[in-house]
Structure formats: C-alpha cells, structure tokens
Design a protein around this ligand. Structure first.
Ligand code: DQA
Length: 147
C-alpha cells in the first residue's frame, strides 16, 4: 500500500502563497520529492490536497485501511479540527507523521497548538518542503521497526 500524503487548505497555492514563509516550491515539487524518497525506500506515495475539512476526514478514513502510513500537513485545520483528530484516532497502528513547512512555534500564538499532534507519532516543523521527505523516511523506519 502507498504512503498517503494529505495536504490541507491553501496548500494548492504552495509556491505562490506567502513565498517568504512557505518557499517557492509547489505541491507538484513536493509530490516529486516524496515519490523519489519513497522509491529509494521501496515504496510509493499517494499525495492529495483539499480545502475542505470533510474531504480530508474522508481521506483519513481511506488511509485507515488503504495506506501503509500517513503524512499529513493539515495546514490551518491543525489548529482547529477536532474532527480530523477524531478521524486519526480511528487509525489504530497506522504510522502518522505531521508536517508543517514553516516553524509554527516561531509564528503567531494561535499556530502553536495542533490538535493533530495529539495523535501524530512525530511532528516536523520548520524544515521547509524537505520536511515531507523526512516524514516519508520516518514512516519507512516505523514500518520496518514498529516499537
Ligand atoms: C502550515 C502552518 C499552518 O499554521 C498554516 O495555517 C498553513 C501551513 C505549514 O505548513 O507551515 O496553512 O501547516
């Protein structure tokens, strides 16, 4: 099964949106980066993006039975979505790594808390889009040696 990589609201505009914060690389670049990282580790990725909370919830349900692991950048929903946290809590045993492109802890107070972190096995923030590649690698490690 592929590693699912879910992206929340406004990340369709990655590369154009506040490039001083999120950089100039696009979501297509992220997909290529993750596919390369996964291929080197013998896996594949399924990258998706939605601006809609319920769609992301549905995709987490899909990952529950259909993915080897989940990398998720919930974007603004990190800070608001109990629904996404509850969906992640249905995914028993699924490796979950949360990614933020920016260092949310160096930004506004309202970005410092993430509901999703309560279920994430690991959290990567402030490493730019490279954080997604780190997350894919971490999923591979957790799959090889769940402890
Ligand atoms: C983000 C950080 C969030 O606070 C913000 O709402 C985003 C992107 C990041 O990748 O740094 O949309 O998740």
């Amino acid at each position: 099964a592929p590693i699912m990589i879910l992206n929340g609201p406004n990340l369709n505009l990655l590369g154009q949106r506040q490039p001083e914060i999120y950089g100039s690389e696009t979501l297509a670049d992220v997909e290529r980066l993750c596919a390369e990282e996964a291929a080197a580790l013998g896996g594949t990725v399924d990258l998706r993006q939605s601006n809609h909370e319920g769609v992301l919830v549905d995709w987490v349900h899909e990952a529950r039975t259909g993915a080897a692991g989940l990398v998720i950048n919930p974007a603004a929903y990190s800070h608001t979505s109990v629904a996404l946290l509850d969906a992640l809590h249905t995914c028993d045993g699924l490796p979950v790594i949360e990614v933020h492109i920016s260092n949310i802890h160096r930004r506004e107070q309202f970005r410092h808390h993430s509901y999703v972190s309560l279920r994430a096995d690991g959290v990567i923030a402030g490493c730019g889009v490279q954080g997604y590649a780190f997350a894919v690698r971490r999923i591979a490690t957790l799959l090889a040696d769940p402890s």
